[in-house]
Ligand binder design. Structure first.
Ligand SMILES: [Zn+2]
Length: 118
C-alpha cells in the first residue's frame, strides 16, 4: 500500500489515502462523469483508508438519480475531489487530477460503462 495526498485547486479541501500503487485511471461515461471529464482512481477507498480535511467554505455535495452516489466538490474553487460510489456508500473514488505527484492524464485508462448503470 502507498500513501497519497491530494487537494482541490484552492486547497480548501485536502485528503490523504492509502491505496495500492496507482498505475491506471478509470474514466466513466455516466451523465455526470462525462461532463466532469475527470479520471478516477481504480481503487475504491474504504472510509478507514481516507482522511479528509476542509477549510471554510468546505465541501458541497451533488446527488441525482437514485440519490446514492455523492459527488463532492470544493465550494470555493468548484473542483470535484472525490465521489462516494453508488455501489458502496461511504467508500470513495478520488479525482486523480487532485493527487500530488501523479501525472494523471498520462496513466493508461480503463473506460467504465457507467452510462448503462443509470
Ligand atoms: Zn478548492
Amino acid at each position: 500500500m502507498m500513501t497519497y495526498s491530494g487537494r482541490c485547486h484552492c486547497g480548501a479541501v485536502r485528503f490523504t489515502f492509502s491505496a495500492p500503487r496507482i498505475e491506471q485511471a478509470m474514466r466513466c461515461d455516466c451523465s455526470i462523469c462525462v461532463r466532469k471529464g475527470i479520471s478516477l482512481s481504480m481503487t475504491v477507498i474504504a472510509p478507514q483508508d481516507i482522511e479528509i480535511s476542509t477549510d471554510d467554505p468546505g465541501l458541497g455535495t451533488y446527488m441525482f438519480g437514485t440519490m446514492t452516489a455523492r459527488h463532492h466538490f470544493c465550494r470555493r474553487c468548484g473542483i470535484h475531489t472525490f465521489v462516494e460510489t453508488r455501489l458502496n456508500p461511504g467508500h470513495y473514488r478520488v479525482n486523480l487530477g487532485c493527487v500530488d505527484g501523479l501525472d494523471a492524464l498520462r496513466l493508461p485508462e480503463v473506460l467504465y460503462d457507467g452510462r448503462s448503470m443509470e
